[in-house]
Design a protein around this ligand. Structure first.
Ligand SMILES: [Zn+2]
Length: 306
């Protein structure tokens, strides 16, 4: 039977308690690893909590070996506000691990996650998405390549340590690295779209990862043909306005110099900016799949390179 642990973090100024909800599911088929699955470290990435919800609903743990710790909402205040940064202190939780006892609220939260979740698991699966506006679709290869591949996505990204923009200090996954815990970071879904297809893929991906670990019965489904990227170019609009896209679907090729999209003024109807792929030929990793109103400097597009 699943147990829900409520770990108090602190008390907010409005008198309510900051709490982490961690579900513990012990398999009925004997010993095995403890796998931690977390989501919504960035509160505007709302696909991951849905993946974990549906995964937990569909799981029959009687035949499972080992144990799961599920942290469906790692950053509840950001989650309810649908913001990447925490509204309490305007900080990015995923740059603050392992956390600080006497620090900012987000640093205290990071420390509670380290203590109550990360320090109790053998494998970390951390689920991200594209956020409130963009949609994203790739998996990091970090320290558990077989598990990254087993999720079943087409595009994989082998992040280079120490290269700015490819692997940041203070992430939940970097914290796992320091503790010798293998990790996978999933980037799946987001944007103003029906998330059901991404949630379905996410649940199937998690099941396949647990089969690969030998925790669930059944042979793992072999991954589809996959592309391993070694770099990702982030392209940001320099003007604000409606973003209108002109590129191939996510997961498809984009040529160097090809038109990605335009920024159009909703006030004058002018095209304020034409955005082209500034880097070499690559793969579409992240984009806006609806006509979103964007600020200058936001995540516009991401292009992966082999
Ligand atoms: Zn994220």
């Amino acid at each position: 039977m699943p147990t829900i642990h409520r770990h108090p973090v602190t008390v907010f100024a409005d008198g309510t308690e900051a709490v982490l909800h961690v579900h513990e599911i012990v398999g009925g088929a004997g010993a095995g690893p403890t796998v931690g699955i977390s989501a919504a470290i960035h509160g505007d990435e709302q696909t991951g909590p849905q993946i974990i919800l549906d995964f937990a609903r569909g799981l029959d743990a009687s035949g499972m070996k080992g144990r799961l710790l599920l942290l469906p909402v790692a950053n509840p205040r950001s989650f309810e506000a649908r913001t990447r940064h925490n509204p309490v202190d305007d900080l990015n939780l995923n740059r603050l691990f392992p956390g600080v006892a006497g620090g900012w609220f987000s640093e205290q939260l990071a420390l509670a996650i380290t203590r109550e979740f990360t320090d109790r698991i053998d494998v970390l699966i951390d689920i991200h998405a594209g956020g409130d506006q963009p949609t994203v679709d790739y998996i990091y290869i970090r320290t558990a390549e077989d598990l990254s591949r087993a999720f079943g996505s087409k595009l994989l990204y082998r992040a280079k340590p120490g290269v700015a923009g490819t692997m940041y200090e203070g992430t939940a996954a970097a914290n796992a690295d320091q503790r010798g815990i293998p990790s996978v970071v999933i980037e799946c879904g987001g944007g103003h779209l029906d998330q059901a297809p991404y949630v379905k893929r996410g649940v199937a991906g998690l099941v396949n990862m647990l089969r690969t670990l030998g925790m669930l019965d059944g042979a793992p489904v072999p991954p589809p043909p996959q592309v391993v990227m070694s770099g990702i170019t982030i392209v940001r609009p320099t003007r604000g306005g409606f973003i209108e896209i002109a590129h191939p679907p996510l997961g498809e090729r984009i040529a160097k110099g090809a038109l990605l999209g335009r920024i159009v003024s909703p006030y004058t109807f002018e095209t304020l900016e034409e955005i082209r792929n500034p880097a070499g030929d690559g793969w579409m990793v992240l984009s806006h799949l609806t006509r979103n109103l964007v600020q200058p400097g936001t995540y516009g597009f991401m292009i992966g390179h082999e």
